[in-house]
Design a protein around this ligand. Structure first.
Ligand SMILES: [Zn+2]
Length: 124
């Protein structure tokens, strides 16, 4: 991996960490609904649910992002943690915090019951 690529991933991951780590993204959608219209309330409730769902997923992604930044610093970035093979550039571009190559990720997802975690959806 070239220095330019490393710098690029460093920037991407840092932005992600800032975005997901500050805890106040989309906070207005979590604000208590003061609308009087029933339709408004229903709509707000569903937005709130999806935002809360997003926050839960984010805490998982944030862990992945931080771990990827750690690997970047220790020059292990882009190498599959399971089989030590290079992770394909296409996969890293799509999922910069990927810790596993496609094959190992798929194997992991077959074994795990957490296929609905959202991470797997993102990595697919
Ligand atoms: Zn692998």
């Amino acid at each position: 991996m070239t220095k330019t690529e490393i710098n690029m991933f460093q920037m991407v991951l840092k932005n992600r960490e800032t975005q997901w780590g500050n805890g106040n993204w989309n906070r207005e959608a979590l604000a208590i609904d003061t609308g009087t219209d029933d339709l408004d309330r229903i709509e707000h409730a569903s937005i709130r649910d999806s935002v809360i769902g997003g926050l839960e997923r984010n805490s998982g992604w944030l862990r992945e992002v931080r771990s990827a930044r750690h690997r970047l610093a220790s020059r292990e970035f882009g190498i599959c943690v399971a089989c030590d093979e290079d992770i394909s550039p296409q996969r890293l571009t799509a999922v910069p915090w990927a810790a596993r190559c496609m094959g190992c990720q798929e194997a992991l997802e077959r074994e795990t019951t957490e296929t609905e975690s959202g991470l797997s959806l993102l990595a697919a």
